[in-house]
Design a protein around this ligand. Sequence first.
Ligand code: SF4
Length: 269
Amino acid sequence: MNSTAVRARTEAPVIEVFASIQGEGAYVGEPQTFLRLRGCPLRCNWCDTPGSWELGDGEMHARIDAVDAVRRESAWATPFKALCWVAQVESGPPRTLSITGGEPLMWPEFILGLRSLSGTRRVHLETAGAHPRALARVLGAVDHVSLDLKLPRDLDQPVPLEGTDFEASPRDEREWAAARAACLELVRGRDACAKLIVSGEHSARVFDPLVEDLARRAPNVPLYIQPVTPRGRSRAPSAELLNEIVERARELALVVRVIPQVHRSLGVQ
Ligand code: SF4
């Protein structure tokens, strides 16, 4: 086992810590503090944080957007060190802490450590919904889960992340369906939302299995449809496409909202 694997048990590589406005999902508009972790084995075509995928060979750095000055620190952090950075970027009372990535479920022990040191601060998790074992491990440690409903055809093959052998990533439609089902069963009845990113390449019917899975397995969890921010091979969906998916969700008695990435229109991180 190399040094990365050893450290991965208790520490996580941080990309950035900053205070901003939540731009997606059920808590859109809430002032939150964001802790972005490095490392993601998935390869979404429309990923807006591809710089978070790899751990890299050399020394990595975290950007700390502290109130007094922006600075860089060595990226690997214990939960205690990460929470010190969180406090340094906040100019007022503690905010909800949003753990994002990358894929934060690469670092379940780190998330458990954060919870144990966070006191009454709310802790939210943003995840791709591909790793149900890791999600089950941390579920009791977070107050809200924002769970992506991934369309397998929107992803290239996963690339295993060195040192994070906790759980393999789904590789095909069947494995994605199993991972999605397990994750939805886990968040059923909890404070959670499902996020469906819709790009213009597909017909509405392509999204049916995802919406139907949500209605079958976690009908209380609201669906947030997020039109993709065009990049790479992805283009924005039409109003007609969005409306068709909305109506399918409504037929299934889901609570559904359509919200673009609000932080982009606000011009914040
Ligand atoms: S799961 Fe998130 S970080 Fe990973 S490729 Fe997809 S959008 Fe990017």
